[in-house]
Design a protein around this ligand. Structure first.
Ligand SMILES: Nc1ncnc2c1ncn2[C@@H]1O[C@H](COP(=O)(O)OP(=O)(O)OP(=O)(O)O)[C@@H](O)[C@H]1O
Length: 346
């Protein structure tokens, strides 16, 4: 049985539609809803949680329809947990009382269940008597998840739960939260605009733009086989180049001859060139000549923005090493196959 089935959902706040026909099935594991700011991610969570009624479509949780034609099961009866952006723990309650708040009244004082939940989210038991302000941001988010999981929900909704944490803590907390969700057997829907977070933590990534899902697939599939140009451009910040594909699946484009991935008919194509596929060489006799516009050094690697002599601007991500300087003349090459889509005849 699916933990969540969203079918043909449209929703609005009175004005124009925000969700424009959304379908999503979550069976188990973590599903990341990934999209840029304002595309409707939080609105979808609100509809699933029962804080906003859909204008049309249905929502079923663990096999039971909770929203649809004339039906609106209230949030507390939906068998879901909710983890908001900044945990929203009750400041005047201890960790144990916060976690207990998610439990039926009879179970609230059972420290066994509270200990179990602390263990599940990988926090030491001696944190039970602390107050939220005595915890780090990452610990607070883990307690918020423990509270959400305490009542054994079928589904946990997480709305940008790591956005207030710094980079290192974010990764560590994200992994711990994903482990706890899997161990609890609750399915999770994680809303994020962070691609790395979505690709690394989720079993399924649902890419949203303007109130619709563009693609729902495993992380490697959305990255390596994007459904369309919009998904390709959004994930991995690909640069789109137009080209002409020959019968041998080799396309001629501003970067010279590049091999197109997949089987496309010969003719105009759009090529999605990812930064990690672009290589910059000090030897201008290699590849296509370009001028370095700027360099961003990140320690483990660097990104180099170049302008080809034909005018196109693209970004190369290279290991830190021989990094050129702004204004240098370089040769630009492409490594590996490039994702291609049918182009438009001009
Ligand atoms: N309470 C509201 N009343 C009116 N419009 C709203 C309300 N909440 C959100 N919106 C609008 O609905 C659209 C989608 O908002 P939503 O919060 O779902 O986006 P999001 O993808 O979660 O964005 P973010 O990543 O910035 O949180 C936006 O255009 C927003 O301005």
């Amino acid at each position: 049985m699916s933990a969540l089935v969203v079918s043909g959902v449209t929703a609005s706040y009175g004005a124009g539609p925000v969700l424009r026909g959304v379908d999503l099935t979550v069976t188990e594991g973590v599903t990341a809803v990934l999209g840029s700011s304002g595309c409707g991610k939080t609105t979808l969570l609100r509809v699933v949680a029962g804080f906003l009624a859909p204008d049309s479509g249905t929502v079923s949780i663990a096999g039971r329809e909770v929203a649809g034609a004339g039906r609106a099961v209230p949030p507390r009866r939906r068998n879901i947990g909710y983890v908001p952006q900044e945990g929203a723990l009750f400041p005047h309650l201890t960790v144990a009382a916060n976690i207990g708040f998610g439990l039926p009244r009879a179970e609230r004082r059972h420290s066994v269940r509270i200990d179990e939940m602390l263990e599940l989210v990988e926090l030491p038991r001696d944190l039970a008597d602390r107050f939220p302000h005595q915890l780090s941001g990452g610990q607070q988010q883990r307690v918020a998840l423990a509270r959400a999981l305490a009542a054994r929900p079928a589904l946990v909704l997480l709305d940008e739960p790591f956005s207030s944490l710094d980079a290192g803590l974010r990764e560590e907390t994200g992994r711990a939260v994903a482990r706890a969700l899997r161990a609890s057997k609750a399915a999770g829907v994680l809303v994020t605009h962070d691609q790395g977070e979505a690709l690394s933590l989720a079993d399924q990534v649902a890419v949203m733009a303007e109130g619709r899902f563009l693609q729902i697939a495993a992380p490697a599939d959305v990255y390596l086989s994007p459904a369309d140009e919009a998904v390709a451009a959004f994930l991995g910040h690909a640069v789109m180049l137009t080209g002409t594909l020959g019968p041998d699946q080799v396309a001629q484009c501003p970067l010279g001859a590049v091999r197109a991935r997949g089987e496309l008919p010969a003719g105009p194509v759009v090529l999605a060139v990812r930064a990690e596929q672009v290589r910059v060489s000090a030897d201008t006799t290699l590849g296509t000549t370009a001028t370095v516009l700027d360099v961003s050094f990140f320690g483990h690697d660097a990104t180099i923005r170049v302008r080809l002599d034909t005018g196109e601007v693209l970004t190369a991500r290279t290991p830190a090493g021989a990094i050129p300087l702004t204004g240098d003349r370089v040769g630009v090459l492409v490594d590996g196959d490039v994702v291609a889509f049918p182009g438009h005849a001009r």
